[in-house]
Design a protein around this ligand. Structure first.
Ligand code: GAP
Length: 494
């Protein structure tokens, strides 16, 4: 099957089984915005937990924070986002409107039209009966100027849309000085302009001093954060790969100047190991080292994953020098430095950043796990081979029939295991159908409670991937399953 078709199947599987829904689905969705359903949120939470623990539990010199999405507007001047127009903002809280680049450019074309119409209206008033609109359009200097600008913009815009050239669309918005922002308060002056953050990193930089001082942190140390970020992504494509509202897991690691490239190398490897521990195969990952660097970076590399639509960036590791902290020092007027007790000097720390999108990670997990497996009996089963530690449900508890005390026994088992991992109870339909339902949402284990259970206190344990079944005692269930489905099992492989 073509990879494109596989991807389409994954997208519809996500919807059908409660992983990802288009946002505002009953209103036909909102471009590049998605909601996570009952299974999606569990998988997403498990991914976040795996990342958080790998950062904050496994490293005694990394601590976490949770900064607000809204920040002082000067933050974005200092970071360079406002002037460089890296990623524009899309929500207007007054009008409740979300902007799209194509809409913005079309509005701009409309503005040139309006200017032309205004000139014509003025002239018509002035010349009265004698006014010749066609001649005026063909000869008036200001009208010609507006028309030329409109036509040039239109041509450039049409070409960019045809080529799906995102960079060029962005450049058009820049060149035309189209500004879009969120206004809060009663006035629209600079001080009340609140931006939706395009990256979570700035929340970490502005808290560097707070955390360093209150946590008595010594270099090198890191600050980790998981949170929402917003970008005006123009083209809604590839499902949750490119979203307008998404989540990032970022860690800024503060180091002594001069040591940053060693740390950059270390973090590249540490982060790759985190991915590899999921067992998706070394061949599905590669580094993409950047040759063209952002002005503030002295090294950058992406971890790419083999998606059905090619190798794509899932995570970025960046050596950001002391750019951000220095900029914030300059714009805030505060001294943002570290006193190094070993060398007896003060300096602005350098920063290594690891930045991964939760949603992209989610997508890579889904893509790798989805399989339409041909069985020996000729049937096909749809199964998600999710890493057990990430699976939304770890164990499905299935009484063979809805009578004879089997549901009660099943509930009793559920009540003892539910404290340790996420369990599901299902008594509807044939056991075969119930197994399939669990396969489709990636539940690694099912147990069946049958009539013998009431006598021998044993159940049938079924493994999702091998479909092998074995008889095990109820008392051994927790030990058998807990270790395999815990995040700890993944962390130990890091
Ligand atoms: N603070 C650095 C930073 O934001 P980035 O390369 O722009 O760097 C980091 O983004 C990660 O965030 C990407 O590797 C990707 O996983 C995720 N990401 C970026 N834009 C995204 C979008 N529009 N939708 C979903 N994930 C996105």
């Amino acid at each position: 099957m073509a990879q494109e078709d596989v991807f389409k199947k994954i997208v519809s599987h996500c919807k059908e089984y409660g992983f990802v829904f288009p946002s505002s689905d009953i209103y036909d969705g909102l471009g590049a915005v998605y909601d996570y359903g009952q299974n999606g949120v569990e998988l997403k939470n498990n991914i976040k937990q795996y990342w958080w623990q790998a950062m904050v539990l496994l490293h005694d010199n990394i601590v976490g924070i949770d900064a607000a999405i809204f920040m002082h507007p000067t933050v974005w001047k200092a970071s360079g986002h406002v002037d460089a127009f890296n990623d524009p903002l899309i929500d207007n809280r007054d009008s409740k409107k979300r902007y799209r680049a194509d809409v913005l450019i079309e509005d701009q074309i409309g503005k040139y039209e309006e200017k032309i119409e205004k000139e014509i209206a003025k002239a018509r008033k002035r010349f009265g009966e004698a006014f010749d609109e066609a001649q005026f359009r063909a000869t008036n200097g200001r009208v010609l100027e507006h028309q030329a600008k409109r036509d040039a913009l239109h041509e450039r815009y049409a070409k960019a849309m045809n080529d799906m050239n995102l960079e060029e669309l962005k450049q058009i918005i820049l060149d035309e000085e189209i500004v879009f922002k969120t206004e809060v308060g009663s006035t629209a002056d600079g001080a009340s302009t609140i931006y939706l953050r395009p990256e979570t990193a700035q929340g970490i930089f502005v808290n560097y001093l707070n955390v360093q001082k209150t946590g008595r942190m010594r270099l090198p140390f890191g600050i980790a954060q998981i949170g929402k970020a917003f970008r005006n992504e123009i083209v809604a494509r590839q499902f949750i790969f490119r979203m307008r509202e998404f989540e990032q897991m970022e860690m800024q690691f503060f180091v002594k100047p001069g040591t940053e490239l060693d740390w950059f190398k270390k973090w590249k490897q540490t982060r790759l190991n985190w991915h590899l521990a999921l067992g998706f195969g070394n061949e599905n990952y590669r580094f993409h080292d950047h040759e063209k660097l952002a002005h503030y970076a002295n090294a950058a590399s992406d971890i790419e994953f083999h998606m059905p639509f090619g190798f794509k960036e899932v995570e970025g590791i960046h050596s950001r020098t002391n750019f951000d902290l220095s900029q914030h020092a300059k714009y805030s007027g505060k001294k943002i430095e570290y006193f190094d007790p070993e060398s007896n000097e003060s300096y602005t720390p350098y920063v290594i950043e690891t930045s991964i999108g939760v949603d992209r990670m989610f997508l890579s997990v889904m893509c790798h796990s989805f399989e339409e497996e041909k069985l020996e009996n000729g049937e096909t089963r749809t199964v998600l081979h999710l890493p057990a530690a990430l699976a939304p449900t770890k164990l499905a508890i299935l009484p063979l029939v809805k009578k004879d005390g089997l549901p009660e026994k099943a509930r009793e088992i559920m009540d003892s295991l539910k404290f340790h991992f996420k369990c599901a109870y299902d008594e509807k339909d044939s056991i075969g159908k119930r197994y399939r339902r669990q396969d489709a949402v990636g539940t690694p284990y099912c147990i069946t409670i049958d009539h013998d259970t009431l006598n021998d206190n044993c159940v049938t344990l079924r493994d999702r991937d091998t479909m092998k079944q074995e008889r095990v005692s109820i008392d051994s269930l927790r030990a058998l399953i807990e270790d395999k489905v815990s995040i700890t099992s993944l962390l130990k492989k890091n």
